[in-house]
Design a protein. Structure first.
Lengths: 256, 329
């Protein structure tokens, strides 16, 4: 009985999330557009996340290189270290790690912000004052998240590659130019394009789930914490599911 | 408002940075895949492409100059490989270049190698079909390797035996360890050196002598090279020949004369014949000689008597005195 309730509530959640997304799409195309709110959110969501994302990206590149080196030496392909790290970063590590960090930072903040607004009935007040709260709060945030995550992911890739360059040079001696040549010689469009496109979906997922969780937060202070927490958890899971989908689709299309 | 403006500037920089990296990324990949810039299309035909794929690199003299565009099956034994080559290589590659399929490293990706030949030929044009070389078959290579390995193991075995024999041989080690040998070899060599110098000198002298002779100087030179001398020798020889001829005639004549005389002596009636052959004459001569002896004895007595005669004694004494004076002096 308990199980059936859980299953039912799960499907109900999926259904209402889909409706929420549909509402977002319809609202997105209907004017008036909240441009200034969008820019403000872009600044907060994108620019303010750069230090965190840059740091994690740098460390990932460095660590991945150092971790891979012994095995590359075992297989006698130490010289291919930049190529393999470059492919790993561009194809998978860069987009996914950035999206997860982004979900942790932005998903929770959106969830908590909208949740507290809901709890303190600011959203209802907005509606009364004549502003469309969905447009002002949700659309701007979701759009900002959708467009900022790819930007962050690309910058994170660049910073990761630099970290990898430093990692290669800890025990080896490779000029930056040679590192650069080796990385780009091994890369192809089919490595970059799917990885770049899937970050839009990651960003959209993080934004929409954070907003949904905040927008439908349960009453009370507890509800705010819960919505922030579940926003991070669900968006993280969603990122992995989307990643799986993305790799299957690129495989089907023959880009892999 | 100013704060918002500042934030927007930051946002703009942030987004542009990301965008520029993305563009750079695409550009670099596109450059490697020859998506930008003008290209030239080349073709080559193979029987077996050994796993070559579109997108593999094309190399000319080891430089990446393009990629494989596509591989088409023309018929059951011919595959056509289409390559995209950088346009700037058009002025270096000649249409008698040879295309072969190789491997990047021992186990790396397949690459197409374009090798130039030494012969001159026109430069490549769009859609030229270059001749190909059969790719190295890995199986065949391994088979050869195994054969070579067997040979090497045999050689190694022989070498091992040889070295152990050398190690065992005490005579060789003695020879190797003897410090005097190098010195004696050294001195022998220096002797050899002096000898060769001497020989050199001798040869030089001989040369000069031969030169001297050749130039016709000296008696040998004259003998060998003077034509006038040869002529006179010829003349002399001819004279000698004549002389000997006349000597033969002379001796023949002398012989005839002697024969004639002999014949006359033996059979003739002359005085000598009589002297030799007639016994009566011989007796007469004998008697005559006895008579002459008797006559000369008588004459001796007469002369002795003459010495002692008064008339002639003085004369004889004078002669005696003169003889005495001569012997004393």
């Amino acid at each position: 009985m308990n199980n059936s309730v859980l299953v039912k509530s799960f499907f109900a959640e999926v259904g209402s999330l889909s409706r929420f997304s549909g509402k977002f799409l319809s609202m997105f195309f209907i004017p008036p557009y909240e441009i200034s709110a969008l820019f403000k959110q872009c600044y907060i969501i994108g620019y303010k996340s750069l230090p965190l994302v840059g740091l994690t990206g740098f460390i990932m590149g460095l660590v991945l290189t150092m971790q891979l080196r012994p095995f590359m030496i075992d297989y006698g392909v130490e010289s291919q270290l930049p190529a393999i790290v470059g492919i790993a970063i561009i194809r998978e590590i860069g987009p996914v790690i950035t999206a997860l960090i982004f979900a942790g930072k932005i998903g929770s903040s959106i969830g908590a912000e909208l949740g507290s607004m809901k709890v303190t009935e600011q959203i209802d007040a907005m509606e009364v004052s004549g502003t469309n709260p969905f447009k002002y709060l949700v659309v701007s945030r979701v759009l900002a998240a959708t467009f900022m995550l790819p930007v962050l992911a690309v910058l994170s890739d660049a910073i990761s590659l630099y970290g990898s360059y430093l990692g290669v040079n800890i025990k080896g001696d490779t000029s930056f130019h040679f590192f650069w040549t080796q990385v780009f010689d091994s890369l192809e469009f089919r490595d970059v394009l799917p990885a770049f496109i899937k970050t839009y979906f990651f960003g959209f997922a993080v934004g929409i789930i954070g907003c949904y969780k905040g927008y439908f937060s349960s009453k009370g202070t507890e509800g705010v914490g819960k919505s922030a927490n579940s926003a991070v958890v669900v968006s993280s899971i969603m990122i992995f599911i989307l990643d799986l989908l993305a790799v299957q689709i690129t495989d089907l299309l023959g880009f892999n | 408002m100013t704060k918002d403006f500042l934030n927007n500037i930051k946002l703009g920089v942030f987004i542009l940075a990301s965008l520029s990296f993305l563009i750079l990324l695409f550009y670099m990949i596109g450059k490697n895949r020859n998506f930008f810039g003008s290209n030239i299309k080349l073709k080559s035909r193979f029987e077996n492409v050994q796993g070559l794929k579109s997108g593999n690199n094309v190399r000319y003299a080891g430089i990446d100059i393009g990629t494989v565009e596509k591989i088409e099956v023309v018929n059951d034994t011919v595959l056509e490989v289409e390559m995209i080559i950088e346009n700037k290589m058009k002025k270096f590659i000649r249409n008698n270049s040879i295309v072969s399929i190789g491997t990047d490293g021992l186990v790396g990706n397949k690459v197409v190698n374009i090798t130039s030949t030494k012969q001159n030929a026109p430069l490549i044009k769009e859609n030229d079909i270059l001749s190909s070389r059969r790719p190295v078959d890995t199986d065949e290579m391994l088979r050869t390797f195994s054969k070579t390995n067997n040979d090497i193991s045999l050689i190694a075995k022989n070498l091992k035996k040889t070295t152990s024999d050398i190690n065992k041989s005490s005579g060789l080690w003695k020879l190797l360890n003897d410090n005097a040998i190098p010195e004696s070899i050294h001195s022998s060599l220096s002797n050899l050196h002096t000898a060769s110098e001497q020989i050199n000198k001798i040869i030089k002298n001989t040369n000069s002598i031969v030169d001297h002779i050749k130039s016709g100087n000296g008696p040998i030179g004259t003998v060998l090279y003077d034509t006038a001398f040869t002529q006179s020798i010829k003349n002399t020889l001819r004279d000698i020949n004549k002389l000997s001829n006349s000597a033969i005639t002379l001796s023949n004549e002398a012989k005839a004369t002697v024969d004639n005389i002999n014949d006359q002596l033996m059979n003739g009636k002359g005085t000598i014949n009589k002297l030799l052959k007639d016994s009566i004459t011989a007796e007469n001569i004998n008697i005559s000689i006895q008579n002459i002896k008797k006559g000369s004895d008588g004459f001796n007595l007469n002369m002795e008597a003459l010495k002692h005669s008064l008339l002639f004694r003085r004369y004889f004494k004078k002669i005696e005195k003169e003889n005495k004076c001569k012997s004393e002096n």
